[in-house]
Design a protein around this ligand. Structure first.
Ligand code: PMV
Length: 311
């Protein structure tokens, strides 16, 4: 039996792109400072079956019409760059969309990986990342690259937009609770508004960004040493600085405080923030708190980010 005569399902290709969280350093990373980021266990899965054309079936029900259009535009870009292999791609995700958990980076990595597989030639990690970036740009404008790089590498990173990117090997498991709070504006809008505020207060904002970058470097050391108490403290300080930068809200702060009161070692917003979005809390064992919060109607889950068993 030739490949062409196989049933479509038997010839299906599959790829996965994990979502991400930023433990320390969002926004400052756009201005060249390091950020500590890690992949989530949740992410985006794509399946590709042979087809006459290279196309994406934007069947993901959580997407708004404008998000579907952006997805199709972004996919067309990467498809063209790969040479448009004849494959029809469908997408499924267990990652909340537009909540600061890197869903667009995960889509970009999963699609780029699948299209490269469909070409049937070996490819380098650099090739995968550069194609995923093409897609990310369509979603985010001028992203720092932290989302798709963390998704593509699948490991905790001390990420820099320019300069060395370092994998962080954690001596002890790093587990977080991720809570979802309301809705939020698009990352590119929040990033643009911050840029306007920064232009009004350049020196003050530079000092705040410098400090956020230092927290990320210290956090990478704390995670590597397995010092969760220190990592939690750094997250709390980072949240304070994000508030100073105008990136939190009453309801995000309320969730941060609730999680600290329930014993989190540290809690902060993750991703772009704004009015709503995702809050992360570092726990040695997040599961009991996840169960409590779910009972109270809070949308949340836990994820192992790094640790000896993920190396
Ligand atoms: O898309 P989000 O909400 O996960 O935010 C990405 C992180 C930012 O630092 C706010 C933007 C960027 O490009 O790094």
């Amino acid at each position: 039996m030739t490949a062409a005569s196989l049933p479509a399902d038997a010839r299906a290709l599959q790829a996965f792109g994990p979502g991400k969280i930023i433990l320390l350093g969002e926004h400052a990373v756009v201005y060249g400072h390091p950020a500590l980021a890690a992949p989530l266990s949740k992410g985006v899965r794509v399946v590709g079956v042979p087809a006459a054309k290279c196309l994406i079936e934007a069947a993901e029900p959580a997407l708004k019409p404008e998000q579907k259009e952006a997805l199709e535009r972004a996919f067309a870009k990467v498809a063209k760059a790969v040479g448009a292999p004849g494959v029809s791609v469908s997408l499924s995700s267990d990652l909340p969309v537009s909540m600061g958990l890197g869903s667009s980076g995960a889509v970009a990595v999963a699609c780029a990986r699948l299209l490269l597989q469909a070409k049937g030639k070996p490819f380098t990690p650099e090739k995968l990342e550069s194609l995923a970036l093409l897609m990310e740009r369509e979603f985010h404008g001028t992203p720092s690259g932290v989302d798709h790089t963390t998704s593509a590498r699948g490991t905790m990173l001390l990420y820099r937009k320019r300069g060395p990117i370092r994998a962080v090997k954690a001596r002890r498991p790093v587990k977080v609770l991720v809570a979802l709070v309301g809705e939020r504006t698009a990352t590119k809008v929040t990033v643009a508004q911050l840029r306007e505020r920064q232009a009004r207060w350049p020196k003050t904002y530079r000092r705040l960004f410098d400090e956020v970058g230092r927290l990320a470097e210290l956090g990478a050391k704390a995670a590597a040493a397995g010092d969760l108490a220190q990592l939690g403290d750094l997250m709390n300080i980072n949240h304070g600085l994000l508030c100073a930068l105008g990136l939190s809200s009453e309801r995000l702060d309320a969730m941060v405080h609730q999680l600290r009161a329930r014993g989190a070692l540290g809690a902060k917003i993750t991703g772009a923030g704004g009015d709503g979005g995702a809050v992360i809390a570092l726990f040695q064992e997040p599961e009991p708190t996840v169960a409590h919060l779910l009972n109270e109607g809070v949308s949340c889950f836990s994820s192992l980010l790094a640790g000896p068993e993920t190396l």
